[in-house]
Design a protein around this ligand. Structure first.
Ligand SMILES: Nc1ncnc2c1ncn2[C@@H]1O[C@H](COP(=O)(O)OP(=O)(O)OP(=O)(O)O)[C@@H](O)[C@H]1O
Ligand SMILES: [Mg+2]
Length: 387
């Protein structure tokens, strides 16, 4: 499977790869692997102030120790050189004077070596502290910043889309209502069973369908606030499974529930089921000749809203077609679809709903092997026993 993707991180990555090229790109990648490690998600590790303080105290202690030792050695040497014993030896005995000079030289060489090694230690130690600070502080801050930018960008786009959508919906609804009223009178003037009456029934159904589409679109552009309840995650998954099982079985798809945790989550059950249904349907659509979609709950330590938490993760895994780089780059764009009958709103609605729950969406995919989407939700607050 590919590396884990965070959907909001994707945009920042796309902009960066567009600018970089050739050797520069390679150098950047190499530098990021050295500094951030091979798995960029690890940069999401929280930065702890205590670690920085500890590193600074250790570095300062090492510096003090090096200075003190060097100072002592130099002082001792100077005292010996300037002492009466040295003067007497040098005056009285030439060979003893030679020996002393040799010893003094050896001591100075030792001192120089020592100074050189301590300098090396300081340089590498300092570099280590800088890398540590970079990985723990700057990388997470930069990724949080680019994530926030992507979210703001998306929300701005959606806000203007919301105003636009409301206007269009209003304009479409008015003539639709007028058509429906006329249709009602027309239908009454034709006897049931006649071909005219049947045609009018079809037109009536299609108008209803149009109204639903307009309604869905409005819901996407201006979603209502979730009505949060606390419930065990297993209940949510079982409820979704019950809704889907029969329809999926008819398409040769088995829905497998795998409850590794039944921790409570604080969600709007209807909205979260809507999200799960879209993920499961997408998984099923990616396996035209049938197969298994797994709906799994598990717990994992993750960083959400810049805080490490024991997140409740819902995986939706399929063994379908997987997604190409092109599909991945447009996955959460409204109206992006590769399906004839798709609206392309499923994932963008899902992303908005999950965001409103304080969660994130991640995915792993491999063309020809399958895809796993993960909804990462914060755990329900403790003692929140509504269920
Ligand atoms: N599990 C998956 N496997 C392969 N491709 C996927 C998967 N999930 C999503 N996709 C791709 O992402 C696109 C967008 O999905 P999204 O749910 O937003 O819209 P859709 O499924 O095409 O339409 P709708 O949800 O309105 O029926 C899909 O058309 C498909 O190409
Ligand atoms: Mg869909």
């Amino acid at each position: 499977m590919d590396a884990l993707h965070n959907y909001s991180r994707r945009r920042a990555g796309r902009a960066a790869s567009g600018r970089a090229g050739g050797a520069f790109c390679f150098a950047r990648r190499a530098a990021s692997v050295i500094l951030a490690g091979p798995e960029p998600m690890s940069a999401k590790m929280p930065f702890r102030l205590t670690e920085l303080v500890l590193a600074a105290v250790l570095a300062a202690a090492a510096l003090v120790w090096v200075e003190r030792t060097t100072w002592r050695q130099i002082s001792a040497l100077r005292a010996e050189l300037n002492g009466a014993e040295t003067a007497r030896l040098l005056a009285a005995d030439a060979s003893a004077g030679e020996r002393f000079r040799a010893e003094a030289n050896a001591a100075l060489t030792r001192l120089q070596r020592f100074l050189f090694l301590s300098l090396l230690g300081l340089v590498f130690g300092g570099a280590g502290v800088v890398v540590l600070i970079y990985r723990r502080l700057i990388v997470p801050l930069r990724s949080t910043l680019s994530e926030s930018r992507a979210i703001i960008e998306r929300q701005e786009k959606l806000a203007s889309l919301g105003v636009f959508a409301a206007g269009i919906a209003h304009e479409i609804r008015n003539p639709l209502t007028a058509i429906k009223v006329r249709l009602f009178t027309l239908r009454n003037s034709h006897k049931p069973g006649t071909s005219e009456h049947e045609d009018l029934a079809v037109i009536h159904n299609e108008i209803n369908r149009l109204e639903t589409i307009v309604q869905d679109f409005l819901q996407f552009a201006r979603p209502a606030e979730p009505e949060l309840q606390t419930l065990p995650v297993g209940r949510l998954l079982r409820g979704t499974g019950e809704l889907l099982e029969t329809g999926l079985a008819a398409r040769g798809i088995r829905l497998k529930l795998e409850l590794r945790t039944d921790e409570p989550v604080r969600v709007d059950p209807d909205k979260m089921k809507q999200v799960l249904i879209n993920f499961v349907q997408n998984g099923a659509d990616s396996m035209p000749s049938g197969g298994t979609v797994t709906l799994r709950s598990r717990q994992q330590r993750q960083v959400l809203n810049e805080r490490p938490v024991n997140a409740v993760v819902i995986d939706i895994a399929d063994a379908g077609t997987g997604m190409s780089a092109e599909v991945r780059s447009r996955l959460f764009d409204p109206f992006f679809t590769t399906k004839e009958q798709g609206t392309g709103l499923g994932l963008s609605i899902a992303a908005r709903i999950v965001e409103k729950h304080g969660g994130i969406i991640q995915y792993e995919t491999e063309p020809g092997q399958g895809t796993t989407f993960s909804i990462v939700l914060p755990p329900a607050p403790p003692h929140d026993a509504e269920y």
